[in-house]
Design a protein around this ligand. Structure first.
Ligand code: SF4
Ligand code: FES
Length: 379
């Protein structure tokens, strides 16, 4: 055990169930809430096809059952079909998380033949103008709609994901109507969570309380309408953490069930951890099992011995695990702090201040910093 990044194995730690394979940070779009790290442009290396296959094999051998292919835009990898076929062979349930750009009818058929189970396409807005402003591409919206229709007609169960923020949330009625028209089986109305580029743009993205309440009412009205029509389209509305008083159990707990492998093989407990001042091991330098069970990074926030007050003595600490480590760090600069979303946190005033700011004037859509390599920050 000479490597200080590795620690003795704790045999009470369970296996990962979920592997998110971030195949690439490359993407044709420039969303100002991109979940890729701020310094994504500093990480250009990508695992080879064989290295991804070996990583998937190891994850499956450890017990992982669900595999998401994401990015960046995973369709920019021309080995995606080969990776899906291998994942299927290994027995994973597979999900493609895509903008829809890079997809065409031939690729939809090829992915189907390779055994892909499920496709999730993201939409930026209900109308082309806002979508173009958010994605930084005038043509992307029409392409996404065409691909959503093609995915549906190819027989896939289709989830549409719409990231909500203060510049599109008031248009929720039209967004849900569009998803209905496209034949979605489920719609994730996921309010933007404030990590990476979204955190950089928080003042221009966070909706006001009144906007959230109106959107919840619209969602409830649509649920009733859909049920009355016998239309089975599930609507999942995710409230932004900043409008809650208890934190989420992020990722089900640090190193509990979920792991992300970044394009260059860095293994992370969540997709935002790369922005933390920590060192995470890589495959193939270490095996996935060694990283999961023995790395100092994965063991650092397991259990509750690391928790400060008030989490340390709190009766909810085994439900939310003290909240999100990335959010705690981004807001307080302290990796171990109680997530300020919690109203028991001594830092909860930071959340209240952000809410108050969101209830006032905010930056216009045009003032947001789009994800781009030039401004990608290397810390
Ligand atoms: Fe969760 Fe900590 Fe808040 Fe308790 S004090 S509810 S453990 S974040
Ligand atoms: Fe990283 Fe919550 S997003 S721990």
């Amino acid at each position: 055990m000479s490597d200080p990044r590795m620690t003795p194995r704790d045999h009470s730690v369970g296996a990962p169930l979920w592997l998110l394979a971030e195949l690439t940070y490359r993407c044709p779009l420039q969303c100002p809430y991109c979940s890729n790290p701020l310094d994504f442009a500093a990480h250009r290396d990508e695992l080879s096809t064989d290295e991804w296959i070996e990583t998937m094999r190891q994850a499956r051998a450890m017990g992982a059952v669900q595999l998401g292919f994401s990015g960046g835009e995973p369709l920019v990898r021309d080995d995606l079909e080969a990776l899906v076929a291998e994942a299927r062979q290994l027995g994973f349930y597979t999900n493609l998380i895509t903008s829809g750009l890079g997809l065409d009818e031939a690729r939809i058929v090829a992915l189907r033949e390779a055994g892909l189970d499920h496709i999730q396409i993201s939409l930026q807005a209900g109308d082309a103008e806002v979508a173009a402003a958010v994605a930084g591409s005038p043509k992307a919206h029409a392409k996404k709609l065409a691909m959503a229709r093609a995915v549906k007609s190819a027989g896939y169960p289709m989830v549409l994901n719409v990231v909500l923020h203060r510049h599109n949330i008031d248009d929720l009625d039209a967004i849900i109507a569009l998803c209905d028209d496209l034949g979605a089986d489920a719609v994730e109305l996921a309010n933007c969570q404030m990590y990476g580029w979204a955190q950089l743009n928080r003042a221009g993205l966070l909706p006001s309380r009144a906007q959230i309440e109106a959107a919840e009412a619209t969602t409830a009205r649509w649920r009733a309408t859909l049920a009355a029509r016998g239309r089975d389209m599930r609507l999942l509305f995710v409230v932004p953490d900043y409008h809650e008083d208890r934190p989420k159990a992020c990722m089900g707990g640090w190193g509990a069930i979920f792991m992300t492998v970044a394009p260059d093989g860095t293994v992370l407990p969540c997709h935002s951890a790369r922005d933390l001042p920590m060192r995470f091991p890589r495959v193939p330098e270490h095996s996935l099992a060694a990283i999961w069970y023995e790395s100092a990074a994965f063991n650092r926030f397991r259990g509750d011995a690391w928790m400060p007050a008030p989490c340390r003595d709190c009766d909810e600490r085994h439900q939310d695990h003290g909240g999100c480590r990335c959010q705690a760090y981004l807001l307080t600069g302290d990796l171990s702090a109680t997530d300020p979303v919690c109203d028991r946190s001594p830092d909860h005033h930071l959340i209240e201040a952000a809410r108050a700011e969101a209830d006032g004037e905010a930056r216009s859509l045009g003032e947001l910093v789009s994800r781009n390599a030039r401004e990608s920050r290397v810390f």
